[in-house]
Design a protein around this ligand. Structure first.
Ligand code: ATP
Ligand code: MG
Length: 415
C-alpha cells in the first residue's frame, strides 16, 4: 500500500500537552478568577472579522497591518482577517451589537490571535492572549483599576518578581499633536542618521520612531523631546489621578517617557509591564487608553482603556506548575470489582474529589500502573467476608484521606 503522508503542522502554530499545556491552563484559570474579583464580564467575539475592522483601527502604517495580518478572500469575495488582536473586534461589537446600553462596560476575554511573524521561541503565528477592557469610561479611575487588576494578576501568577510596570502619558489630543510636531522637527534635524524604516515613519507615524529597536534610531531617540513640556493642564491632571490610584492600591511603577504604544488611537495612559527574564521579548502585558478608536470605526465618540497579555509569554515566566495531581486513583485488580470501582469513582467525583481508575490491561499489572499515577490517595478493592471492601495503600495527604474514608463509609464500604 502506498504510504500515506501526514500533513505537517503549520509553522508557528503550537500543539500543547504536559508542561506547556499546564502553564497555559494555569494562566487562563488565574485570569478567570481574578477578573471576577474586579467585576469584569466575560465576553466572546469572533476569530475573524472584515479586514477593515483591523486596517482602520490599527492604522495602515503599523507592522501588524502592513506585514502581519492573515487576510484572505472568502468564497463570497469578502476580505476577511483572522484577528491579530482583541480590541478592534470588541470595539466593533460595541458599536454593532448596541453594547453602549451597558456602558461603562468592563469586559474580559481570551483566545487565539494570528500574526504572520517569523516563528521563533516565544513568537508564534497563532498565539493567545488574555484581554481586559473598560469601554465608555472617561475617568482616570478606569485606567487605575485596569492597572491594579493587571498587577494583582501578575502577583497571583507568582511572576511579579523582576516585572516592572512602566507608565507614560500620551496626553490628550492637543498635547499629543504638539508633541508630535516637536518630534517631527527634532527627527527632521537628524534625518540622515535615522534607519530607513524610521525615515519612512517620520511623517506617517513619528511617535513610532520612539518604539524603534534599531540601534541607530535609539541613540537619536534618547535625546528626543519628552511629552512633559507639551502636556495640557487637563492631561497632566489626568495622569496624576491615575498615579494617585496606583499609589492608593500599593502598585509600584516607573515612568518611561519613551513608551508609546504602536497603535494610532492611544491617548493619555500607555503602559507595559516589562521583564528582563525573556530576552528580547520583554513585554509581558501592555495596553493603554484608546479614546479615539470607536469613532475611527464609525461609532460614537467613546472613551475606553484596556490591556492584553500573551498567554504563552506569561506561561514561560511561571515557576513549575503543579497540575494533574489527582485526589484518588483506584486500582481495579479484578474485573469483578469494576462496577463497584465505577460507583466509588462517581461518589468521589460528586463530592468534588478528582478520581481515576486503572482498569485496563493485564489485571496483575494494574496496581503497579496505579502507583505510577500522581495521586494523593491510592485505593484498591478486595473481598472481605463476601462483600467488596476498600483497601487504602498510600496517602500523601491525611486530610484528603479522611474525606475519602468518610465517603466510602457513607456508601457502606468496609475497609
Ligand atoms: P512585540 O514587540 O514582542 O512584537 P507587540 O507590540 O507586537 O509585541 P502587542 O501587539 O502589544 O505586542 O501584543 C501584546 C502581547 O502579546 C505581547 O506582549 C506578547 O506577550 C504577545 N504577543 C504578541 N505577538 C506574539 C507572537 N507572535 N507570539 C506570541 N506572543 C505574542
Ligand atoms: Mg509584534
Amino acid at each position: 500500500m502506498a504510504k500515506i503522508e501526514t500533513p505537517r503542522p503549520i509553522r508557528g502554530t503550537q500543539d500543547m500537552i504536559g508542561d506547556s499545556a499546564d502553564r497555559f491552563a494555569h494562566v487562563v484559570e488565574t485570569f478567570e478568577r481574578v477578573r471576577k474579583l474586579y467585576g469584569f464580564k466575560r465576553i466572546e467575539v469572533p476569530v475573524f472579522e472584515a479586514t477593515a475592522v483591523f486596517s482602520r483601527s490599527l492604522g495602515e502604517t503599523t507592522d501588524v497591518v502592513s506585514k502581519e495580518m492573515y487576510s484572505f478572500e472568502d468564497r463570497g469575495g469578502d476580505s476577511l482577517t483572522l484577528r491579530p488582536e482583541f480590541t478592534a473586534g470588541i470595539a466593533r461589537a460595541y458599536i454593532t451589537e448596541g453594547w453602549q446600553q451597558y456602558a461603562p462596560l468592563k469586559v474580559a476575554t481570551h483566545g487565539p490571535l494570528f500574526r504572520y511573524e517569523r516563528p521563533q521561541k516565544g513568537r508564534y503565528r497563532q498565539f493567545h492572549q488574555i484581554d481586559a477592557e473598560i469601554i465608555g469610561a472617561a475617568e482616570p479611575l478606569a485606567d487605575a483599576e485596569l492597572l491594579i487588576f493587571a498587577d494583582q494578576l501578575l502577583k497571583e501568577l507568582g511572576i511579579s518578581e523582576g516585572v516592572t510596570l512602566t507608565l507614560n502619558t500620551l496626553g490628550d489630543y492637543q498635547s499629543r499633536e504638539e508633541w508630535r510636531s516637536a518630534l517631527v522637527a527634532y527627527f527632521e534635524g537628524h534625518r540622515d542618521q535615522l534607519s530607513d524604516d524610521s525615515k519612512d515613519r517620520l511623517h506617517r507615524n513619528p511617535l513610532r520612531i520612539l518604539d524603534s529597536k534599531d540601534p541607530r534610531d535609539q541613540a537619536i531617540v534618547a535625546e528626543a523631546p519628552d511629552i512633559d513640556a507639551y502636556l495640557t493642564e487637563e492631561a497632566q491632571a489626568f495622569f496624576e489621578k491615575v498615579t494617585d490610584g496606583l499609589k492608593a492600591a500599593g502598585v509600584a511603577w516607573t515612568r518611561n517617557a519613551r513608551l508609546v504604544r504602536g497603535l494610532d488611537y492611544y491617548r493619555h495612559t500607555a503602559f507595559e509591564f516589562v521583564t528582563d527574564r525573556l530576552g528580547a521579548q520583554g513585554t509581558v502585558l501592555g495596553g493603554g487608553r484608546y479614546d479615539g478608536l470607536i469613532e475611527t470605526l464609525g461609532g460614537p465618540s467613546t472613551p475606553a482603556v484596556g490591556w492584553a497579555a500573551g498567554i504563552e509569554r506569561l506561561g514561560m515566566l511561571l515557576d513549575n506548575v503543579q497540575s494533574g495531581t489527582l485526589d484518588v486513583v483506584i486500582a481495579v485488580e479484578d474485573d469483578r470489582y469494576l462496577s463497584d470501582a465505577m460507583k466509588l469513582a462517581a461518589l468521589l467525583r460528586q463530592a468534588g474529589l478528582s478520581a481515576d481508575l486503572v482498569a485496563t490491561g493485564s489485571p496483575r499489572k494494574r496496581y503497579d500502573k496505579a502507583t505510577k499515577i500522581d495521586a494523593q490517595v491510592l485505593l484498591s478493592l478486595r473481598d472481605k467476608d463476601g462483600a467488596v471492601a476498600v483497601r487504602e495503600h498510600s496517602a500523601r495527604n491525611s486530610e484528603k484521606l479522611d474525606g475519602v474514608k468518610a465517603i466510602l463509609a457513607g456508601a457502606g464500604y468496609a475497609e
